[in-house]
Design a protein around this ligand. Structure first.
Ligand SMILES: [Zn+2]
Length: 437
C-alpha cells in the first residue's frame, strides 16, 4: 500500500517535471503574477525605475551602466550564474516599448520562482543580462530617435550617440553568445499579403550581406521555431518574418558580425487585443526560448517553422475601410456623386492620448483589407470639416441615408440635417454602419 502510494507520488513528480512549464503554463503564470501594470506605451523612465526597484527588492542585481544624451540613467539587470551568456536589450527606439515590460515581468517571475526545477535549470545554465529601455530620452518623448535626432539603430559603426556607445561596450566587454534585439513594428504590417496583422515578427539576423550562416545562426532559427510553437496557438496566422536585408549600420546585423548571433523580435498589433496581451506573448516567447536553451530542448526543434513564416508585408491593411460610399462634393452637389471605397488609418500615440485618424485612400480598395470594414452602400458621405473628402484629411465623416433629401449647401449642415451616423476620431460617435465582412 505504502509503496503504491510512493510510486504514484513519484509518477506525479515525474510528470510534473517532464512537462515543466508548457507555454500554456507560462501564459497562466504571467496572468497571475505579472508586475507591469502600466500599458507599455504609457511607461516613462520613472516608471521603469519603479519596476527596477521591484527587481532589486527581490534580490536581482540591477546596475546603472550608462547615461543617455539627456543624462537619464540606463540600467542593466542580471539573472543566473550559468556559462551560456544571453543578452537582451529593448526600446532602442523610444516609441517601441512592448518588450521592456515583458523582460521586467520575466526577470520578476524567474526570481520569484527560483525553487522550481525549470527555473533552477535556467539559473544554472544561463547568465541573462537585460537592458530595458536603451533609449530613455526617446521613450520620454515617445519618439524613435535619441535626443540628438539620431537613430541609435543606424549608429552601430559611427557611434555618435552615447546610447550606441554603451550598447557596443556592453557587448564587447561581455561577448554574449546570443543577442535579442527587441522592437515594435507598424501595427498595419501584415503576415503575408493578408488581412491579418503581423502581431509578432521574427528575424534570425545575418552578420553579412552574403547571408553566411553559422552554428549560432542555426541554433537561433531553432529558438525562433520554439517561440513560434509557443505562441502560435494564441495568434494563429499572426506571426511574420521580418525582412532579412542586411543593414550595414544596424546593431542586430553587427552584433551577429561581432560574434553575438542575434534574434530580432518585432511586436506589431493584433486587432481586438490590447498592449498587455502582446507583453504576455513576448514574455511567453522569450522565456520559452531561454528555457529551451537551458534544458537543451531547442535541439528538438526544426528550423522549418521559422523558415516557412509568411514574410512581413506592408500597404495592404488599413484600420478602417468603408465600402461603396457615395461621396458628395458640397461645392458641386448636383454633379453625379462618386461611389467608392474610403480607407482610414489611426496614427500611433501613447494609449493615454486620443489618436487622430486620417483618410489615407479613396478609390477602388477591393484588393485591400480593413481591420474593421463597414458597408456604406445606401449612404451619402461628406467630410465634416471641408467641402469635399480627400486623402490626407482628418477622418471626420458624416453619413446620410440616400433616401433623404439634403440641401448640401446649408451653412450649418450638421444642425439643419442631422446625419444618420458620424465617424470621428476613429470611432462611431452617432449611429453606426453595418459591417461589410
Ligand atoms: Zn525599432
Amino acid at each position: 500500500m505504502r509503496s503504491a502510494l510512493l510510486l504514484s507520488f513519484l509518477f506525479v513528480a515525474f510528470i510534473m517535471n517532464s512537462t515543466a512549464q508548457t507555454p500554456a503554463e507560462l501564459v497562466a503564470m504571467w496572468e497571475k503574477e505579472h508586475v507591469t501594470t502600466i500599458l507599455p506605451s504609457n511607461v516613462r523612465h520613472k516608471d521603469l525605475q519603479k519596476y527596477l526597484e521591484g527587481l532589486k527588492k527581490l534580490g536581482i542585481k540591477v546596475d546603472e551602466v550608462g547615461r543617455s544624451y539627456a543624462n537619464r540613467e540606463i540600467y542593466q539587470a542580471e539573472f543566473g550564474k550559468g556559462p551560456l551568456k544571453v543578452f537582451l536589450w529593448s526600446q532602442m527606439h523610444g516609441d517601441e516599448p512592448t518588450a521592456t515590460s515583458a523582460i521586467i515581468d520575466m526577470f520578476t517571475l524567474l526570481q520569484k520562482n527560483r525553487d522550481k526545477d525549470w527555473v533552477k535549470k535556467i539559473e544554472n545554465a544561463l547568465t541573462i543580462r537585460i537592458v530595458p529601455m536603451l533609449n530613455p530620452d526617446g521613450a520620454e518623448n515617445y519618439q524613435r530617435r535619441n535626443l540628438q535626432g539620431i537613430d541609435i539603430n543606424r549608429d552601430a559603426l559611427n557611434l555618435q550617440t552615447p546610447e550606441a556607445n554603451l550598447l557596443k561596450k556592453l557587448r564587447d566587454d561581455w561577448s554574449p553568445v546570443i543577442g535579442f534585439n527587441l522592437h515594435n513594428q507598424n501595427s498595419l504590417t501584415s503576415a503575408g499579403r493578408t488581412g491579418k496583422q503581423a502581431a509578432i515578427s521574427f528575424l534570425v539576423v545575418y552578420g553579412d550581406a552574403a547571408k553566411t550562416t553559422s552554428e549560432g545562426h542555426e541554433r537561433n532559427k531553432r529558438l525562433v521555431s520554439a517561440m513560434i510553437a509557443a505562441i502560435q496557438p494564441y495568434m494563429p496566422g499572426y506571426i511574420g518574418k521580418y525582412d532579412d536585408g542586411f543593414t550595414a549600420t544596424a546593431f542586430g546585423d553587427n552584433f551577429s558580425a561581432w560574434g553575438t548571433p542575434t534574434i530580432l523580435i518585432e511586436t506589431g498589433a493584433m486587432h481586438g487585443k490590447d498592449e498587455m496581451f502582446l507583453v504576455k506573448m513576448n514574455f511567453t516567447a522569450i522565456l520559452t526560448a531561454l528555457k529551451s536553451l537551458a534544458d537543451g530542448t531547442e535541439k528538438t526543434f526544426s528550423p522549418v517553422a521559422y523558415e516557412s513564416l509568411p514574410n512581413n508585408s506592408s500597404g495592404s491593411l488599413f484600420n478602417f475601410i468603408f465600402r461603396n460610399a457615395t461621396l458628395v462634393d458640397r461645392r458641386k452637389p448636383d454633379a453625379t456623386a462618386t461611389t467608392t471605397d474610403i480607407a482610414i488609418n489611426v496614427d500611433r500615440r501613447r494609449a493615454e492620448f486620443v489618436a487622430p485618424a486620417y483618410v489615407r485612400q479613396v478609390g477602388d480598395l477591393s484588393s485591400f483589407f480593413g481591420l474593421s470594414e463597414f458597408d456604406a452602400t445606401g449612404y451619402f458621405v461628406v467630410s465634416r470639416n471641408s467641402p469635399s473628402l480627400k486623402t490626407g484629411q482628418l477622418a471626420e465623416l458624416l453619413f446620410y441615408k440616400k433616401s433623404r433629401t439634403i440641401d448640401w449647401n446649408s451653412s450649418d449642415l450638421e444642425k439643419m440635417f442631422p446625419p444618420d451616423a458620424i465617424f470621428s476620431l476613429g470611432k462611431w460617435v452617432k449611429g453606426e454602419l453595418g459591417s461589410s465582412k
